[in-house]
Design a protein around this ligand. Structure first.
Ligand code: UD1
Length: 431
């Protein structure tokens, strides 16, 4: 096994120091989507030949997935352009251990492919997480309906099946990785699987496109009903991951909040409708191209907006914290309602430490915009909360120190380099 993709020396205790108060101005390139590359890498396990995945972002979650596959004995080669070639046929073990699953919940995505292709899997339960309990009951229920025998013992999901059978699956809740796990399992099942109330996220569609390229027969991805006709085998292919819509949205908000101007390139504007509507409500002038978005605040302060998260195509929960940051410095009163996760407002307390007038009532963060935030020492608690604190730091007076930034490295490629390219004053220090 050769793995050239390893954790760099960035330490868990690194901090980001931001000197705010300058409008961002410039252009950046958007990376491949984290939430697409993770299921696609898990999906390579289904193939009978080598798979090459390109436009892979350099993220710690990708490193974790590579380590996970590597531990199973899967042969992986990562080249200097971060194309990852996976030869799943060298697999020797069928286990996702707790040490890896606890650092990345998306490790659960190997469950469906292992079971479908090899008839067995041992995957640690993800356990709690900073943004709520996040169960995986719907993944398990769906696989059981397809004929899998599943026991949960000592914190592990122990699953086996001779060959999965197609089934009609009606999801109680719209779940992204749940839909993806069942979709992958269904590709090699005997007969037809119908997933009702499926997640419609673009990353689900990207996974389905990837699986279809391998020879799967999936229709309806991107709608609430996905139909999969099981096939006997899937072949190795080359596949390019779609652009990251959440990274795109994060940089657009960063420019908007500073009254600046940005061109984001190599993205897909069609995936950001709900976010673009809210940025226009905030007063941004936005121009769209085929694969780029330009935002210009013309030096103005944003107007506060009302945002309610829900599954795609509604406003994404992964953009909620960034819009809370926008609202705390905007003109007027704003509200951000979180409907997907139960506890996703930890950034609010940190923003209060920077002088924000924001309080949480039930599922809603209510803001009265202040003209100026003040730099402070703040702590990141999850990936998108980290992004929102960095954004707040870009507009705050003086120095903001963001602690525990290992969260940001899970999901944003080269964030300080990209922000520096836009004129932001940001640097990383090792402690
Ligand atoms: C994925 C994304 C994450 C995003 C989230 C919602 C990846 C790798 N991560 O996470 O960035 O914030 O979608 O868009 O793609 N639920 C259950 N039972 C289950 C599964 C989920 O009750 O078996 C609930 C969850 O607690 C949550 C809701 O369903 O309240 C949605 O969660 P889900 O879509 O599963 O999130 P993830 O797939 O983990």
């Amino acid at each position: 096994m050769r793995i050239f993709f390893c954790n760099d020396s960035r330490d868990l205790m690194d901090k980001l120091i931001i000197n705010g108060g300058r409008p961002l101005d410039g252009a950046i390139r958007i990376s491949g989507a984290k939430n697409a590359v993770l299921p696609i890498l898990a999906g390579t396990l289904l193939a009978e030949g080598p798979v090459t995945v390109s436009n892979v972002p350099h993220l710690n979650d990708v490193t974790t997935t590579v380590s996970l596959l590597g531990r199973m004995g899967v042969d992986l080669v990562v080249d200097e352009k971060l194309n990852i070639e996976v030869d799943p046929q060298t697999i020797k073990e069928f286990c996702a251990p707790y040490e890896l699953v606890k650092t990345m919940r998306a490790s659960i995505l190997v469950l469906g492919p292992l079971l479908a292709r090899y008839g067995r899997a041992e995957v640690s339960l993800p356990g709690g997480c900073a943004i709520g309990s996040r169960p995986v009951d719907l993944h398990i229920k769906g696989l059981q309906a397809m004929g899998a025998e599943i026991d949960v013992q000592n914190g592990y999901i122990l699953a086996k099946a001779k060959r999965l059978r197609g089934a009609k699956l009606v999801m109680d809740t719209v779940t992204v990785t749940g839909t993806e796990n069942l979709l992958m399992a269904a590709t090699l099942a005997e007969g037809e699987t119908i997933i009702e109330n499926a997640a419609r996220e673009p990353e689900v569609v990207d996974l389905a496109d990837f699986l279809n390229k391998m020879g799967a027969q999936i229709s309806g991805a991107g709608t609430p009903t996905i139909t999969v006709k099981g096939v006997d085998s899937l072949k190795g292919v080359r596949y390019r991951v779609l652009p990251d819509r959440i990274e795109t949205g994060t940089y657009l908000v960063a420019a908007a909040i500073t009254g600046g101007r940005i061109k984001v390139k190599d993205t897909d504007p069609k995936l950001l409708d709900s976010v673009i509507v809210k940025l226009r409500d905030a007063g941004a002038k936005i121009t769209l191209g085929d694969d780029w978005i330009e935002l210009d605040m013309q030096g103005r302060r944003p107007q506060a907006v009302t945002v309610k998260t829900a599954p795609y195509p509604a406003f994404p929960t992964d953009m909620q914290a960034q819009f809370t940051a926008l609202n705390v410095v905007a003109e007027g009163t704003g509200s951000v309602t979180e409907n997907v996760f139960e506890n996703r407002f930890m950034h609010v307390q940190e923003m209060q430490r920077m002088g924000a007038d924001v309080r949480v009532e039930g599922k809603t963060a209510l803001t009265r915009g202040v003209k100026n935030l003040n730099g402070a020492q703040v702590m990141a608690t999850d990936l998108r909360a980290s992004a929102s604190l960095i954004i707040a730091g870009l507009v705050a007076n003086g120095e903001t120190v963001v602690d525990r930034i290992y969260h940001i490295d899970r999901g944003y490629e080269a964030i300080e380099e990209k922000l520096s390219q836009l004129g932001g004053k940001i640097r990383r220090i090792a402690v």
